[in-house]
Design a protein around this ligand. Sequence first.
Ligand code: PAF
Length: 280
Amino acid sequence: MKTIHSARSMARELARLRKKGATVGFVPTMGFLHEGHLSLIRRARKDTDIVVVSIFVNPVQFGPREDYRRYPRDMRHDKRMCLREKVDYILYPGLKQMYPEGYSTYVEVQGLTSNLCGKFRPGHFRGVATIVMKLLNIVRPDKVYVGQKDAQQAIVIKRLAADLDTGARVVIVPTVREKDGLAMSSRNTYLSAAERGLAPTIYRALQEARLLIKSGNKDAHRIISKIRGQIINTVDGIDYISIVDTKDLVDIKRIEGEVLVAVAVWFGKTRLIDNIIVRP
Ligand code: PAF
């Protein structure tokens, strides 16, 4: 396993391997790797010859009052994990490498970014789309692996990869959960013991929503109210509880086809998101 800091060395190295016919699988991350990331890496390892994991906490996708500075970082742990999963390359660029002085180009995916987290984190998806496009240009993977946990991000990346002719296939991998149902996230480390104890109510409420939809309830508003009722007393704030079309992420009123049930809530200063896809 090699750790590479420069975009140019990474591109050169992969071009050499690609010439020999190797396929490249890419897992973009912000580090602090957990089982969720490992499931992406394992999938890439299974599918492709060369596995590249990028580790870069991208300041451009954090709002001015968000957690960029305190976002957890642990490169030694991440390297150990990657080594164990037989990753071939870690791309670990510095801030100046990704955003040198004078940097002025940004990528915006329209429409898909206006609802859900896009509403509450202005500029977030512009930051995600920009860094992901840059990374795709460097790595030029055959396949890129992203988690279902960040459902809107996954759909945005899929759109971006297609619209800008990257040639990369986006593979969305199911959410990995703790035993009690809490979706794995680097941000779970922020939770106090008490908050951690309450956090599984999110997934429990989503599962109840699944049952309601599966048993024929079609009124999105009613289901949203049920979810709200179940979590309102355990969370410190709700950004959204939404039921949207899985293709365009627009809110729906009557559930006829496949839907994404997505929530973003606060435990103290920690914002957690989770979602499920339900086919009635
Ligand atoms: O999901 C993440 O960790 C990040 O948003 C990503 C896709 C690596 C872009 O910085």
